[in-house]
Ligand binder design. Structure first.
Ligand SMILES: Nc1ncnc2c1ncn2[C@@H]1O[C@H](COP(=O)(O)OP(=O)(O)OP(=O)(O)O)[C@@H](O)[C@H]1O
Ligand SMILES: [Mg+2]
Length: 473
């Protein structure tokens, strides 16, 4: 992944989007609080100013009750209006001699209203006047008056407006800055991840020995890199096994093919009798059958690797299955002069054909490794969770180093037996293991006191096995 072409769901973009949201929320909160505070102060200002003006004028207004004196007041109000154009004065009275400011009908009606601070909208002004209405009692010739001091709120509105513009502008700028900074910070924060992914990109078959560096990594990434390395270990192990398997397959197929070609070439060097050809063909047939058996076994293991499960399960007696298998192996046992005893029994859900195949492999091995006149013992044990079938035969101890490997494909203790043409290609126990795994079970082996035991454990009741036998190895 490159930063230049960061897709929409990139972490850096998501983080900066979060930054934007957070910045927007913060600016909105601070901005509205600030605006409300300033707005309240701006509302207080004209009130304070009007009250101050009124308190200055009040005593003067209340002192004069004749039209002559009133003229002085008019002058004073004129002067004050001149001084500050925002301020306007009106005096509304039943006697025009005691009026001021040429109050229009609108002002007159407003003045007649309740006393105190109110907003007055004048037709020629865009913003309302804040007006303090006070009543002055009659004095001498003067009737009771309504005295109005108004202040144009335009400047306050404008101040408020510029404040709003400033706050919104600053917020937009702040959000913009926060998003840029957020993206930058996210990129810096994610840089180790990019380095890690570059490192990971360099790891590909056949170079599977490399691992991600976990030193000096942030703990979150070190954990990820550790898990990634562990996955690589497993992949690398599976890859090595696969490579070895391929080599073994080629090796195993080569010897029957070499035999076939050799025998056929020799037979063709000169004219032969029909009997000779018959013998050659028969020998070739044996080799071809051997080839077919290897290929069938490999196909079976391949389907097991792909997660094939024993599905056609039937509840059956294992002792009965052993007995049926022994019937099938009758001639082989007789040939080898080996006897078999069976003890115990258990019921388990099994796919009969598969279990018999496993039993044939186990018993065949036992027969091959038992001296004539000796006896093989099959012991079936029923447990609450699992049932087991153990096939034991007397024989020389198997080295501990071999035991865990015997169920591997093409593994034989005696390397000399491989490709000997004796019909053993080292897949028998691998198939036993695959069958056990397909049933959700496992295999076991032991070599104790001159007795070698190979067996399988199966679930006593129906349950699902591991998803892939290969991964379970
Ligand atoms: N009962 C046993 N006693 C001693 N060694 C055994 C026994 N069963 C298996 N082994 C060892 O385990 C190896 C692997 O057995 P496995 O059945 O997989 O292959 P194989 O018998 O050599 O060939 P295949 O079964 O494919 O014809 C054997 O070569 C043998 O060395
Ligand atoms: Mg075998």
């Amino acid at each position: 992944m490159s930063w230049k072409t960061a897709p929409l769901n990139s972490i850096a973009l998501r983080l900066s989007a979060l930054f934007i949201l957070v910045a927007m929320a913060v600016f909105l909160l601070i901005g509205s609080a600030l605006y409300r505070q300033v707005d309240r102060s701006l509302d207080l200002l004209p009130r304070a100013e009007l009250n101050a003006r009124f308190s200055v004028l009040e005593s003067t207004l209340n002192r004069f009750g004749t039209p002559e004196h009133w003229a002085k007041i008019n002058n004073k109000l004129n002067l004050l209006s001149e001084e500050d154009k925002r301020i306007r004065f009106w005096v509304v009275s039943s006697n025009p001699a005691f009026e001021y400011g040429h109050p229009s009908e609108l002002v007159r009606a407003f003045g007649e209203g309740p006393q105190g601070m109110r907003d007055l909208r004048l037709p020629d002004r865009p913003y309302p006047y804040k007006v303090l209405v006070s009543e002055l009692p009659a004095l001498g010739e003067r009737p009771p008056l309504r005295f109005l001091i108004g202040i144009d709120t335009e400047t306050f509105w404008q101040a408020q407006h510029s404040l709003l513009v400033a706050i919104v502008g600053l917020a937009v700028l702040g959000v913009l800055l926060a998003s840029l900074l957020g993206y930058w910070v996210a990129r810096i924060g994610l840089r180790p991840l990019l380095a890690l992914s570059n490192e990971a990109q360099a790891l590909a078959p056949p170079r599977l020995d490399g691992r991600l560096q976990t030193q000096n990594l942030a703990p979150e990434l070190a954990q990820f890199a550790g898990a990634f390395n562990a996955a690589l270990d497993r992949v690398s192990q599976a890859y090595t096994q696969l490579e070895a398997f391929n080599a073994d397959v080629a090796h195993e197929l080569r010897s029957p093919l070499t035999n076939l070609i050799g025998q056929t070439q020799v037979a063709l060097t000169r004219g032969r009798s029909a009997e000779h050809y018959f013998e050659v063909l028969q020998s070739n047939l044996e080799e071809l059958e051997r080839l077919r058996s290897i290929i069938n076994d490999m196909l079976f293991l391949a389907s097991a690797d792909q997660g094939s499960k024993a599905t056609a399960l039937t509840q059956a007696s294992l002792a009965e299955e052993v007995a049926t298998t022994l019937d099938y192996l009758d001639y082989i046992l007789e040939d080898a002069q080996v006897s078999v005893s069976v003890s115990g029994d258990a019921q388990a859900p099994i796919e009969k054909a598969q279990l018999r195949r496993a039993l044939i492999n186990l018993l065949n091995n036992a027969v091959q490794h038992t001296a004539p006149k000796q006896s093989i013992h099959v012991h079936i044990e029923a447990g609450p969770e699992q049932v087991s079938i153990a096939v034991s035969n007397p024989g020389p101890a198997i080295d501990d180093a071999h035991l865990p490997l015997l169920f591997e494909r093409f593994y034989r203790v005696d390397a000399a037996r491989s490709n000997s043409g004796g019909g053993n290609h080292g897949l028998g126990l691998a198939i036993v293991k695959a069958i056990a795994l397909m049933h959700g079970g496992e295999v076991f082996v032991s070599s104790v006191k001159g007795e070698n035991t190979f067996g399988i454990r199966l679930p006593a009741t129906r349950r699902s096995g591991p998803s892939s036998p290969l991964l379970a190895t």
